[in-house]
Design a protein around this ligand. Structure first.
Ligand SMILES: O=P(O)(O)O[C@@H]1C[C@H](O)[C@@H](CO)O1
Ligand SMILES: [Mn+2]
Ligand SMILES: [Mn+2]
Length: 395
């Protein structure tokens, strides 16, 4: 075992340039990190990511983030093979379970057979039932929802069925029960839906509605073993921080922690770094995606990156010689791009340990994302199924 603890941090939706198959998704020209850098026009201050090598494997550096002369980390990017570009596809693929069959999408809303069952189970009416931005939908229909007690059902470019409701009108426990029921309706053909997402909100009127951290994702159960299961079966600890628990439906996770925010998520990482464990700590920081990417807000996206970068500096200062830090993403969500959906992009890959004796080298363009999990399994002497380890390249 080269490293006793491996810390994986997924910067949710922080893509680094359109993937070769971006045209299939209408995402040619997308570049999350590049467009955030352009917006900041040279003032995007992410010195820790810069010195690790975040700009080093890009065709064009992020504006104001020069490629590191002597990168601290091994740097690369990964290309996704999964059919979809959402969080579930990206994280499952990282963990050796690429999603081969496209999940059901609902550009024209959900069929009556699903809606009628939701109405019957909940005893509530259903309104909207079409693709919508989650903040626009509560602005446009939240007051009707408060008056009628109906469920706001909506979707996006992903395979998701989202239910928005005011916390004072539908208590969280009831909303989660309805989502859990919705989950049971779409686990197998003809409709396999990646995620049911509870979208509770609060506030007095349409100009003040805000969504709360009580969001809950009911993700399709992993359709097979993941690298986290393999690690656990081999007796290693797997710690899930943030959305990881939801994305894997608790499978292959020894201990899980909910994140209220990116900042809170990094506090969980700091606490976890004080623990003496042997295994893999897997963190998802969702604010980039949920608060800024889907809202096409490059200013907020960049601010979240700069906040993360400050906390990353503390992580780098506290890693032990037998720790390995891996930083990546699960898809893009370019705030400078049209629409409000994810974008099909390469994701960055950075690998750092204080024990490195040489300057970081290029890990190249790797595919599938499963090289990430294969490297972690390789470290713990566990056989992987998908992907190629780059552990031996780290010196
Ligand atoms: O409610 P919003 O618009 O934030 O929904 C986005 C669209 C994605 O499918 C979902 C999960 O990332 O969040
Ligand atoms: Mn995601
Ligand atoms: Mn998203």
């Amino acid at each position: 075992m080269k490293y006793k603890r491996i810390f994986g941090i997924v910067l949710d939706s922080v893509g680094t340039g359109a993937a070769p198959d971006a045209a299939k998704f209408g995402d040619v020209g997308s570049d999350t990190l590049g467009h955030v850098g352009d917006f900041y026009d040279g003032k995007l201050a992410i010195p820790n990511l810069q010195k690790l090598g975040i700009s080093n494997l890009r065709d064009q550096p992020i504006k104001g983030v020069a490629p590191a002369e002597k990168p601290l980390a091994y740097f690369g990017k990964m290309q996704e093979v999964s059919a979809g570009k959402d969080s579930m596809d990206g994280h499952w693929e990282m963990m050796g379970l690429p999603v081969k069959h496209a999940l059901a999408l609902f550009p024209d809303g959900f069929p009556d057979e699903i809606i009628d069952k939701l109405k019957a189970f909940s005893g509530r009416d259903v309104i909207v039932n079409k693709p919508y931005s989650g903040t626009d939908v509560i602005h446009d229909y939240g007051e009707e929802q408060m008056k009628t007690g109906a469920l706001i059902v909506y979707t996006s470019g992903d395979s998701v069925l989202q239910i928005a409701a005011h916390e004072d009108v539908i208590p969280l426990t009831e909303l989660y029960k309805i989502c859990d029921y919705a989950r049971s309706l779409v686990n197998e053909p003809p409709y396999v839906v990646g995620r049911i997402i509870a979208r509770p909100y609060v506030g007095p009127d349409k100009d003040h509605f805000t969504r709360t951290a009580n969001r809950k994702d009911f993700t399709l159960e992993p359709t097979g073993k993941t690298d986290m299961d393999r690690l656990q079966d081999a007796g290693y600890e797997v710690i899930g921080i943030g959305k990881i628990n939801d994305i894997f439906s608790g499978h292959g996770i020894t201990r899980g922690f909910h994140n209220e925010s990116n900042h809170d998520g990094m506090d969980h990482v700091f606490n976890n770094m004080k623990d003496d464990f042997t295994g893999f700590s897997f963190t998802n920081l969702v604010d980039f995606d949920a608060m800024y990417g889907h809202r096409r807000n490059p200013k907020g996206f960049g601010a979240a990156l700069m906040e993360f970068d400050q906390q990353l500096g503390e992580v780098l200062a506290n890693l032990k010689d037998d720790d390995l830090l891996l930083i990546t993403a699960d898809h893009g969500n370019d705030p400078g791009f049209r629409g409000t959906d994810h974008t099909r992009e390469f994701v960055p890959l950075l690998a750092y340990s204080p024990s490195f004796t040489q300057v970081g080298q290029s890990l190249g363009i790797r595919s599938p994302f499963s090289d990430f999990g294969a490297t972690i399994l390789d470290n713990f002497g566990v056989k992987n199924v998908v992907g190629t380890s780059f552990l031996d390249e780290l010196k």
